[in-house]
Every structure is written in structure tokens, then in C-alpha cells.
Design a protein around this ligand. Structure first.
Ligand code: SIN
Ligand code: FE2
Length: 221
């Protein structure tokens, strides 16, 4: 392990972890080795349900392009945020969650202290240079007993790690290709966001950052 400005850096093949707040675990490089296969699975999903920029209820178009896989996918339009079993763009069910993604999410959740994670939805975010996500809570799931598992691929980003209060200034945490962030328990409803992505090039994803967030969404039945 090397020390660099107080931060621990993983040597190749060595996993380092941090807990930047209670209930939050950052697993550096957790899926770096599997990233090409993970990215291939995302390409398959995207070929069925393409990335698209959604509109929020206020009428603004999001800078992040999104798609989903799993039983329930998160969408927004002028009438509000919700989870749906069908992709509103295609009218067909969202693509099934590829096994490689499900197993990654479950292993990461276990590292973060949740051995029984059963994600039934995965929102896939694609950030071009300049794209950002403003501070928000993930609360459309209606079940907060399971964590959020967030996987970063491609261009690095600054994750804004807030608290349970919107007005607290968020901490800035760098997330890189292959990092996985897990938040749950007392941190499940933290405010979080992504600062504008800086220009760069990644050998796998080109000019994009890709993020996967796995969730357990309460179903109506
Ligand atoms: C999200 O909050 O849905 C995405 C967070 C991220 O892109 O890291
Ligand atoms: Fe979120």
C-alpha cells in the first residue's frame, strides 16, 4: 500500500477500501478487472433499451443519458419520477439484469455489510464531458432497507457525498474506473450528486463516464 496525500492507494490487484461516512463504503478498483465484460453487458442492454436524455417534471432535460435493466427501471418525464416495468421508449420490458451485473452488485453489497442484497433494478447513467447530476436522494424505491450499489466505469468523477440534510455542504470524493461505492443503513437516504465531468479519454468507454446504480425497489404486490 502506498500513501499519497493521506489517501491510501491500491497497488495493482490489491483492494483498498474507505468508509468516508457511517454506512458508506468505497471499494477502490473492486471491478476493474471485470470491467471489459461489464461494459459488454451494458452494450447489450443499450442495444435493446438505448440511452436517452429524460425530462424532469420542471421541463428541464437532464444532461445525463440513462437506460435501465432489471424488473423495474427508473424514469422521469413531465408528470414525475417513477419506476416502470416497461421502457416507455420501446414499450417492451426493460432488458433483464445480466448475471455478471447481478453478481457484482451482490458481492459489493456484501463488502459494504449487506449480505442479502436483492437488486431488482439497475439505472445506467452515461455522462458525456460536462454532464452532471445535481444533489438528490434516491427515494423512489419506497424500501430503504437495502443499500444502493454504485459502480463507476470510464472517465473519473467527483462524487458529491452529502448528508441527510440538503443544506449541508457535500464532501467531494473522487471515483475512478472500477470503483464501487455502497451506501445503506443510516446513509441510505443521503443527498448525493456528480460534479460536471472533465474532458478526458478512457480506453474502454471513450469520452464517457458510465455509472450503474443497483437498487431494490418495492414492488406493488
Ligand atoms: C445516481 O445518483 O443515480 C448516480 C450517481 C453516480 O453517477 O455516481
Ligand atoms: Fe442517486
Amino acid at each position: 500500500m502506498m500513501q499519497n496525500n493521506g489517501r491510501l492507494w491500491a497497488e495493482p490487484n490489491e483492494l483498498s477500501r474507505e468508509s468516508p461516512a457511517e454506512g458508506v463504503t468505497l471499494l477502490h478498483g473492486f471491478c476493474r478487472e471485470d470491467a471489459p465484460q461489464i461494459y459488454e453487458a451494458i452494450r447489450q442492454v443499450e442495444s435493446i433499451s438505448p440511452f436517452r436524455q429524460m425530462v424532469v417534471p420542471g421541463g428541464h432535460t437532464m444532461s445525463v443519458a440513462m437506460t435501465n435493466c432489471g424488473e423495474l427501471g427508473w424514469t422521469t418525464d413531465r408528470s414525475g419520477y417513477r419506476y416502470t416495468p416497461e421502457d416507455p421508449m420501446t414499450g417492451a420490458p426493460w432488458p433483464a439484469m445480466p448475471e455478471i451485473l447481478l453478481s457484482l452488485a451482490r458481492r459489493a453489497a456484501a463488502e459494504g455489510g449487506s449480505a442479502e442484497f436483492r437488486p431488482n433494478g439497475c439505472l445506467i447513467n452515461r455522462y458525456a464531458v460536462g454532464a452532471r447530476l445535481s444533489l438528490h436522494q434516491d427515494r423512489n424505491e419506497r424500501d430503504y432497507s437495502q443499500p444502493i450499489v454504485s459502480v463507476s466505469l470510464g472517465l473519473p468523477a467527483t462524487f458529491l457525498l452529502g448528508t441527510l440534510r440538503r443544506t449541508d455542504t457535500p464532501r467531494r470524493i473522487r471515483v475512478e474506473h472500477g470503483d464501487v461505492l455502497v451506501w445503506g443503513g443510516p446513509a441510505r437516504l443521503i443527498f448525493h450528486g456528480i460534479a460536471p465531468i472533465r474532458a478526458g479519454h478512457d480506453p474502454l468507454t471513450g469520452n464517457y463516464r458510465i455509472n450503474l446504480t443497483f437498487r431494490h425497489v418495492a414492488s406493488d404486490d
